[in-house]
Structure formats: C-alpha cells, structure tokens
Design a protein around this ligand. Structure first.
Ligand SMILES: [Zn+2]
Length: 461
C-alpha cells in the first residue's frame, strides 16, 4: 500500500472504531436500563446462568483458574451458580500482581484486546487485559445510572477529577467536542478562585463531575472567600472516591443542585449507584455479581455487617475476575426490593471505601470515615486538605494544609471539630503541613500509614 492508501486505510479504521465505540456505549446504556424491570427471580436466574458459564469457561481456558480450582478440589462440572460460590477460593490483588499473565485467556488476538493499569492509588499498579471496547460498554452503564438523575449524554460537564493538565502548567482544557471542561485540581487555591468561577460560569455546565475531595476543596475555597457560581447547575456527579454525608451537605450549600454517587473500580467487575431517592448503592445485575466476605472469607448475608466487597465480573471474558476481593468494604441494606424505587438489584446500605479509610480505635474497632462529621465547625473554612496518619490503634496524627494563618482561636476550632475522637478511643495529634500529596490519579487518601507518605512529607509525621 502506498502512503496515500495507508492514510485512507487509517482514517477508515478510525471512523469504524468510532462507530463501534458509540454502538458499545449505547448497548451498555440499554442493557443497564433493561435490568430495572428484572424481578428478584429474574436476577437470581441470570446470576446462576452467567456464573456457571464463566466458571466453566475459566476452568477450561484460563491457566490460573484451572490450577486454582484443581488445587482447591473444586468440582467444576457440578458447579450450579450462586449456591456454590462459597466452594470457589476468593482471589485478590496479590493474584493480579503475581499471576496476572496466567489470568488471561490463552487464545486471544492482540487486535481485539487492550491493556490498562489499575490501582495507582494503593501504590501497587496491576496490569489488566480487556476486550477492546469494554470501557465504552462500562461508560454506557454509568450513563444509565446517571440517567436516574436526568443526565443526558450531551449535557455539558465541568470535571474536577485530579487532572494534571500539560504537566501541571495548564489550568483548564476543553474536551469531547466542547461538552466537557476539565479544570486542574492542582490549581484549586484561593488566588485562582475568581478565574475558576469565571471559567465555569462562561461554560454554563449542567453538571459538575468530580472526585468528592476535589469538589470539597473548591467548595471550601468558595465558602471561605464568599464566592458563588453565577450559573445554576443541576448537580454534582461523584465517583472514584467515597462521598461522605458532610460533603453532600456542603455541595448542596455551595453549588446547589443534587448530588449523585456511583461505585465502580478500575478492574470493572461490578458497578452500582444510588437511585433517585436513596443513598444506597444498587448494583447492575448484568454487570457483575457481588458478595461480602468477612476476614475469614465467610459469606456475610445480614444487613449492616461490614465485609469486603468481592466481585465476579460479567463484562469481560479476556481476563475474568471470579470472587475478586476488591479491598473495598461496606454493608448490605435490608433484604427485598428497594422501598424507594422498587429495583430488585443487589443493594448496599453503605460503602466505607478502602481499608485505609478507617481509623482504628484503641480497642481495635474500625471507625469508618463515613462517620466523621466536622462540617459544622469552622474547620473546613481554614484548610485546603486534611489527612490522618495512623501507625497503631488508638493513636493518629491529623495533618492539615492551612489556607489561612491559623491563630489560637483557629487551632481551638480545629481541635473542637474532632473533640469526639479522643472520647471514643483515638488520641489525636494535630500538625500543620505545607503539602498533602495526591495519588498518581489525583485522588486523596484520607487515612494513611506513615510509610505511605512521600519522603519529603514523612519527617515528624
Ligand atoms: Zn432504589
């Protein structure tokens, strides 16, 4: 092929792939919405059918599972679905890191697969291989969740999601044919607030699409400086990080509109989101199957009991995850269909987030950060970010990046905002710091071990 022909071929291939992406996104959207009408029996039948297909296929075609099931003595031929899941060993991130290449379907074409990495936020980056286009399917599913709040695909969004634009030199960039304005979360400072508000007002977004930590930071700056958006947004779409009740209150107060949150993860095995009238996570049954396991690997079925979210994904057959311990924790809601929307989807009352998002009290109790409520003090008006450093139970250091000079009165307000923690078994020290670093993806860890801190921030932490 000559250069001209080659060029034409590339353009044609790109155009066809563009069509295919859009087709997959629409399919994800349509299939997700269809599950709204599924009864509990429909869902159970679907789980049984897909689990049997996936487990048999994995045992036959994927070296890792073939060995895992053989060594555990699992009789795959008699595996019947949900009722037999406990017979399968659970796997976790270590398996991805150590045996990732054995977890991929042996017969596959490079043309139809794509590699991506997950887990930069926990410091261990694992490579996943997926069928090309799975992320488009996933995006369609996310739009189906968002459509519960009236989000349409062509709506304009401002993104505050840990973007490092042009290596930190740029404040903003327009994407997706002008439908998305991304603002660098590394520029969220008091002295940039006028320009950021001007950018948002000129763009007139329908939605803010955010990491809750980044949106909180902007909201706090606006609160402190007395600035408000001139445009009226429909709401705040949260993802990738846990959203706490105090944040929902803060967003309503500062930005107006509704707040919505969904749970997904880089491995794309399960996906769930709030319904219109509850802050409970409803998991899409065609996307994956969710279990909660305790520390001994036993199944948790009672509502309200904290367990590790363990996922079996239905979307990708190239590197399937079967009983994958996600490292995220939460608790089931009451059994039965959702009283608010009637959906029979698997439903969690709360997701506490990563194991790092607990403080460990003196008696070993895990205190989820969902219970932290410091909004009603002046704490947030004084700081940019805060982070707990905890190395042993019952003791932690609260590091905070001051946004203003903190006088004695300010320090007293900060101590006061967390005064309930010593009472329940956590001795707290306070330390002003110049920087609290974000993860590679621009997210913020709220509780860390001191070993996690970069060298420059470690001294005295
Ligand atoms: Zn509901």
């Amino acid at each position: 092929m000559n250069a001209k022909g080659h060029n034409l071929f590339n353009r044609l291939a790109r155009a066809l792939w563009g069509l295919q992406r859009s087709r997959l996104q629409k399919r994800g959207f349509r299939e997700s919405l269809a599950t709204d009408a599924w009864s509990a029996e429909d869902i159970r039948r679907h789980f049984d059918r897909r689990l049997v297909e996936i487990v048999r296929d994995a045992a036959q075609n994927i070296p890792f599972y073939r060995r895992l099931y053989r060594e555990a003595g699992v009789e795959v031929a008699s595996f019947s679905g949900v009722a037999d899941m406990h017979r399968l060993p659970a796997i976790d991130r270590h398996d991805l890191l150590e045996s990732g290449d054995q977890m991929v379907r042996s017969k596959r074409s490079k043309l139809f697969t794509v590699a991506h990495t997950t887990g930069g936020s926990t410091g261990t980056v694992a490579t996943m291989i997926s069928r090309r286009g799975v992320s488009c399917l996933e995006m369609g599913c996310v739009y189906a969740l968002w459509s519960r709040m009236g989000v349409r695909p062509n709506d304009h969004k401002v993104t505050l999601r840990g973007a490092l634009l042009d290596q930190g030199r740029k404040l903003h960039v327009r994407e997706e044919g002008g439908r998305r304005l991304t603002i660098s979360t590394y520029h969220l400072r008091d002295d940039n607030v006028d320009e950021i508000i001007r950018l948002i007002d000129e763009f007139r977004p329908d939605w803010l699409h955010v990491y809750p930590s980044a949106a909180s930071q902007l909201a706090n700056i606006m609160k402190r400086t007395g600035k408000r958006l001139g445009c009226q947004i429909k709401g705040v779409l949260c993802g990738s990080e846990n959203v706490y009740d105090w944040q929902v209150e803060l967003f309503a107060e500062v930005f107006g509109g509704i707040t919505y949150s969904h749970y997904g993860h880089g491995e794309m095995a399960i996906l769930g989101g709030w319904c219109k009238d509850t802050r409970k996570f409803h998991f899409l049954p065609h996307h994956g199957y969710l279990e909660l396991l305790d520390d001994d690997g036993k199944l948790i079925t009672e509502p309200g009991v904290t367990g590790e979210m363990t996922a079996t994904g239905f979307m990708d057959d190239i590197m399937p995850l079967i009983r994958y311990r996600t490292g995220d924790y939460g608790a089931w809601d009451e059994p039965g269909p959702c009283p608010a929307c009637g959906r029979a989807h698997q439903r969690m009352a709360r997701i506490d987030g990563r194991i790092q998002e607990y403080l460990i009290l003196a008696d070993g109790t895990r205190f989820p950060l969902t219970n932290i409520n410091a909004l009603h003090g002046t704490f947030f008006s004084l700081i940019y970010r805060f982070q707990f450093v905890q190395d042993k139970p019952g003791k932690a250091t609260l590091r905070f990046m001051p946004a203003v000079e903190i006088n004695d009165e300010g320090m007293a307000a900060i101590r006061n905002a967390f005064a309930y923690l010593p009472e329940i078994g956590l001795a707290l020290e306070f330390r002003q710091v110049e920087e609290i670093s974000l993860t590679r993806a621009g997210k913020q860890r709220v509780v860390v071990n001191s070993e996690y801190l970069p060298e420059a921030e470690r001294t005295g932490a």
